[in-house]
Design a protein around this ligand. Sequence first.
Ligand SMILES: [Zn+2]
Length: 323
Amino acid sequence: MNLVLAVDLGGTKIYSALVGPGEQILRRDVRPTEAALGQKRVIANILASLEAVTPAGALRDGSILALGVGAPGPLDPVTGRIIFAPNLQWRDVNLKEILQNALGLPVFLENDANLAALGEHLYGAGRGHDHMVFITVSTGVGGGLVLNGEIYSGAFGGAGEIGHMVVAPGGPVCSCGNRGCLEAVASGRAIKQRAVELISAGNGNKILHLAGGSPDEADAPAVTRAAQEGDPEAKEILETAGSYLGLAIANICTLLNPSLFVIGGGVARGAGMFLLDPAEKEAHLRVLPAFRESLKIVPAALLGRAGVLGAAAYARRKLAERG
Ligand SMILES: [Zn+2]
């Protein structure tokens, strides 16, 4: 049997899958990461999740070829070392080696957003686009580049950190410590921060109402609901976030000239046109005029599956390269 295992390791959940040829997910398991309980616990959870999708005896009889792992970075795909993952509180962990020793399978590790980009490129919204940029807007903002049909990870494995491009010099402080990164102005966290600021200034009544009266619950979903009900303040928050996203898209488009931008992530999916319309408008306004016509932005298609499908495809490619 031509099977591979895949894991998408996130800050809140672990998604494992047994993947047949192509995009066939034969078995899946989703469970909490429990990052706060420490590294040993997380690794035990990954192994338990993989066990749940592995048919009895399949590790020994050779029917599973490899494991592909998507993990938060920055990481080194060659050595398999996670350099620093703030969501997991991990520093310098060789996850590839740990999993290889535990399973006795070849393990291939890449940045989670890069693998989601590959998944969308092969099986999702980016099919047929060999030069594609994937941007995920959730609690943070991540990105992945597919160039010439391959993941582009740069000299040190860190390419595609779109969330940390500076789009608002002098803007709010980002989770990385710099100021005015895209993540600091367009992520779910940033949207919530703006809503909370609005409420503390005595405004944002509609958002506060939809947050059940608690400013702490005035998150991106609450802001989106308010926008859907026509609230101008909520619309403006999403419009501002979307415009910054569009500014980043324009700059990336001018740099790389891709044929498609695919936008994924829970916040983008929830906010839909309230985020993507202003992004598109701003991107068209700012991009090199010669590229205006060809600039195309679409929502992601695979939702939560992009990461594991990309991880499985990546493992197959890397195995083939090794021969
Ligand atoms: Zn940053």
